[in-house]
Design a protein around this ligand. Structure first.
Ligand code: SIN
Length: 529
């Protein structure tokens, strides 16, 4: 057994910034299931929404966030994150983060991007690779820190709680079991402060803008440990993922539309004006549904995003990653429109927390995409999430060090592997992976119905039984653990969606197409009984 003052699971913006602060106070383990930079953060293109210009104000950013959230944002969370942003950004810059700047009237100022739903230009960015630059900055500090042990290729399996150990006290999280992929052994990490920063669950869908690591591990672990889960029906579909047979999950940033990119149907006609007066810069749920409707109406496999009317030099310098990636795959975006489709992008619900990232379990914090703080409500405003990761990491650090739970004195049991047999039926695991992702895409996508949701629930129940059988009988592997988490999280999305008999924000159902404030102006909450 290894003992740490803090265990952080996940190596994106929230986990790494928490770990850096925590290392000032004690020993820290950062557990990450692949390489250290494999995170959703590293894939973030757009940037960080933050009020920095004199033409902007906190009140305007708060207003835009509340408007996107369709009545379900918690205003206290929105205020906390937005007003806390500038100080956290200043810290990041002090650590060495570069944001793009430009000369305007002899002044060197931040180059602010624009995205859907924002009434002002307020997105701080580094070209179109903001997330990679954030990872570089934080990992440079983390990798050589004497008090931080970076445990790459270690996958968290389950939390160790006093409830599961049978102690008659408030259920508390006192450690975590992690699978060391190199040895195949499960190690026991003991800590009184456990921080989930595992990102989202885009991989429950067949098409996603997320990296392969986004399998909803944190929500599934927290659920099994007994924490409250909220608002999982609100899965954000990004309107513009590259549609290309050779390229998986490549985002075409909303910033392209922010800089004037227009959406065209298969016949080259603009269509967003038929759906919303804000056209291409309407909030994401509206743009994604409009594209879905357009594709269904015309039977085409994709729509097109056109930025060819902008000077080629501007496009190449503002979007170098998108330009190069498309070019390598045969599309010169300065000369031809980009084929795009909507794809699962962001989990707006998650493990329910307060404004300090504290969950309903003592000793367990959740920060970043895995958490549901109330900031996003029923639909996240673009580029608010990196900001939330920074602000909540800092708040969770303050709270966890101010108010440390007392150390547990009892021994934690080692992992018991049970009947250990190698998984010779890998084909079943891969088949089930595909099945979950396909059924979620077909039955629990942008437009839902009760019948499709029920169908998904039935299939997921069967898959759950099958996966549990594997879990108890075979030696665990990362693939099996990820499948188990995918099935759990997919079921939570379906359960939440079935309980919301209205349409709001990202949850749109043909059976209840209107918003029903009288009954549903509230969060959905689930807790394992
Ligand atoms: C994008 O660049 O479009 C993604 C930004 C975000 O999801 O916040």
């Amino acid at each position: 057994m290894k003992e740490f003052d803090f265990v952080v699971i996940g190596s994106g913006i929230a986990g790494l910034s928490f770990a850096l602060k925590a290392a000032e106070k004690g020993s820290v383990a950062v557990v990450t299931k692949r390489g250290k930079a494999d995170s959703n953060t590293a894939w973030a293109q757009g940037g960080v929404a933050c009020v920095t210009s004199e033409e902007d104000s906190f009140e305007l950013h708060i207003h835009d966030t509340l408007a996107a959230g369709a009545g379900l944002c918690h205003e206290d969370a929105v205020r906390e994150v937005i007003t806390g942003g500038p100080d956290r950004i200043a810290e990041l810059v002090k650590l060495g983060m570069h944001f793009d700047r430009r000369e305007t009237n002899g002044e060197n100022e931040l180059d602010l991007g624009r995205e859907g739903g924002h009434s002002k230009r307020r997105i701080l960015h580094f070209q179109d690779s903001t997330g990679m630059e954030i990872e570089r900055t934080l990992l440079e500090q983390i990798s050589c820190h004497p008090r931080i042990e970076l445990m790459e290729n270690h996958m968290a399996v389950d939390f160790i709680t006093t409830g599961k150990l049978g102690y008659a006290m408030q259920n508390s999280c006192v450690g975590v079991y992690v699978l060391n992929e190199a040895t195949g052994e499960v190690e026991t990490l003991r800590s009184d402060i456990n921080v989930l920063a595992t990102g989202g669950c885009g991989k429950i869908y067949l098409y996603t803008t997320n990296p392969d690591v986004a399998t909803g591990d944190g929500v599934a672990m927290a659920w099994r440990a007994g924490a409250t889960i909220s608002n999982m029906e609100f899965i954000q579909f990004h309107p513009t993922c590259l549609f290309h047979p050779e390229v998986k999950s490549f985002l075409i940033s909303e910033a392209v539309r922010g800089e004037g990119g227009v959406l065209l149907d298969a016949r080259g006609r603009r269509f967003m004006e038929n759906h919303n007066p804000q056209r291409e810069l309407a909030p994401r749920d509206i743009v994604a549904r409009a594209i879905d409707a357009e594709m269904k109406r015309s039977g085409s496999k994709c729509v097109f995003l056109d930025i060819t009317h902008k000077p080629a030099d501007f496009v190449k310098s503002r979007f170098p990653l998108i330009y190069e990636t498309c070019l390598v795959n045969g599309i010169d975006i300065t000369k031809e429109p980009i084929p795009v489709v909507p794809a699962a992008h962001y989990q707006c619900g998650g493990v329910k927390t307060d404004l300090n990232g504290e969950t309903s379990l003592r000793g367990l914090f959740a920060i970043g995409e895995v958490a549901c703080t109330g900031l996003h409500g029923a639909n996240r405003l673009a580029s608010n999430s990196l900001l939330e990761g920074l602000v909540l990491a800092s708040a969770a650090f303050d709270k966890s060090t101010r108010n440390r739970p007392p150390r547990v004195t009892f021994d934690l049991p080692e992992w018991r592997p049970g009947q250990v047999t190698d998984v010779d039926e890998m084909v079943v695991i891969f088949h089930n992976w595909e099945e979950v992702r396909r059924l979620m895409w077909d039955y629990v996508g942008i437009v839902r119905t009760d019948k499709r949701l029920q169908r998904a629930a039935t299939r997921l129940r069967n898959l759950h039984t099958e996966v549990q059988e594997f879990y108890w009988n075979f030696k665990i592997t990362t693939d099996l653990l990820e499948l188990r988490n995918l099935v759990t999280v997919a079921s939570l999305v379906v359960d939440c969606a079935l309980s919301r008999k209205e349409s709001r924000g990202l949850h749109f159902t043909l059976d209840y197409p209107a918003r029903d404030d009288a009954k549903f102006l509230r969060d959905t909450t689930l807790r394992r009984t």
